[in-house]
Write a protein that binds this ligand. Structure first.
Ligand SMILES: Nc1nc2c(ncn2[C@@H]2O[C@H](COP(=O)(O)OP(=O)(O)O)[C@@H](O)[C@H]2O)c(=O)[nH]1
Ligand SMILES: [Mg+2]
Ligand SMILES: [Zn+2]
Length: 318
């Protein structure tokens, strides 16, 4: 009889995953059975993601993951401009926080809007951690807060370097959360503040934030014992290309558009300069943030059209 048990993937490399077994806080390494790759959709690059619940055999040679249990949610992205397959960044989470610094590196609305839109589509609740508010000489935090609160996202202003994390602890307690943000935004500093025992490396301030500094490409889950929480730290992804969403679905991933788009002349208006559009004029009047609209049209341009409508014609009357 093989001995099997269930656990959670806390770290994945190419062919080996680290799994925290249920009922223990110890993580062990497991190989991936070939069958996990055989069953994989051609469109998906990785059979297993951090956060996955898996069934493992302990006494195999080597011990291995036998099965990935059904996911309650997950977040895919297009792997890269050279590889259209989906990379699943994480699975089975309660919420995602975008970590954006005000300066060093400067806050990117485009980066933020891409991940938020994907989370809306995948029904993952979000928050925005606006870090390094000590560097906010221009007073940008208030505007950013207004923009993202209008988009339905909670905003926390933090100075992780001084241990000031607003009410992040309460929000993380008892949950599985993701920290997502540019390299250098302060994710590791935040985790070290929450759990000093982690002793994660933090980067020195560098002029080359956006020059493609090499960062690890794997996500990793940490346990915050004091909060009974788990947090997934994601690598600094430079461009998050949205997977799964088509052109017609994107508009609903920008929740603050809803009251305006309800009045567009065409019910399927894409807000890309159609006559009778109510969204674009709202941007011009300053009622919607121009940065959000700019992100929307940029992403729209990258997405596939919706599948052709194949609903059968209604039968002729009479
Ligand atoms: N001024 C300032 N610097 C910070 C703050 N939080 C983190 N840093 C610094 O930003 C740099 C990058 O932080 P790190 O945690 O490594 O970012 P990560 O790449 O997102 O994990 C480090 O030098 C930190 O000391 C903050 O609140 N204010
Ligand atoms: Mg880091
Ligand atoms: Zn419109």
């Amino acid at each position: 009889m093989t001995q099997e048990t269930i656990g959670t993937v806390v770290r994945g490399d190419a062919r080996v995953v680290h799994v925290e077994l249920d009922g223990s806080h110890e993580s062990r390494q497991f190989a991936l059975r070939g069958k996990l790759f055989e069953k994989l959709d051609d469109n998906i690059r990785n059979p297993i993601a951090v956060g996955d619940r898996v069934r493992v055999s302990l006494d195999g040679d080597p011990p291995a993951v036998e099965e990935v249990l059904p996911r309650r949610n997950w977040l895919p992205r297009i792997s890269s401009s050279h590889d259209p397959r989906h990379q699943i960044l994480f699975a089975n989470v309660d919420q995602l926080f975008v970590v954006g610094s005000i300066q060093k590196p400067r806050f990117s609305s485009n980066r933020t809007d891409r991940i938020l839109a994907a989370c809306v589509y995948h029904e993952i609740p979000t928050g925005l951690i606006l870090n390094k508010v000590d560097l906010d000489k221009e007073g940008w935090a208030a505007d950013i807060r207004e923009t993202y609160e209008a988009a339905g996202t909670t905003v926390l202003e933090t100075r992780a370097i001084d241990g000031e994390l607003a009410d992040l602890r309460e929000r993380l307690a008892g949950k599985i959360s993701v920290l997502y943000g540019a390299s250098g935004a302060g994710k590791s500093t935040i985790l070290n503040t929450l759990e000093p025992g982690l002793k994660l490396k933090t980067a020195k301030i560098s002029k080359h934030w956006d020059a493609g500094r090499h960062t690890t490409t794997f996500s990793r889950m940490y346990r915050l014992a004091a909060l009974d929480a788990h947090v997934i730290d994601t690598p600094g992804i430079r461009v998050f290309r949205i997977a799964d969403v088509n052109k017609a679905e994107l508009r609903d991933c920008f929740p603050e558009f809803a009251p305006f788009q309800a009045r567009c002349r065409f019910p399927d208006c894409s807000h890309d300069h159609e006559p009778g559009c109510e969204v674009f004029p709202a941007v011009e009047r300053g009622e919607l943030a121009p940065s959000r609209y700019a992100s929307y049209v940029e992403i729209l341009d990258e997405l596939a059209p919706p599948p052709p409508d194949d609903t059968p014609e209604p039968p002729p009357e009479g």
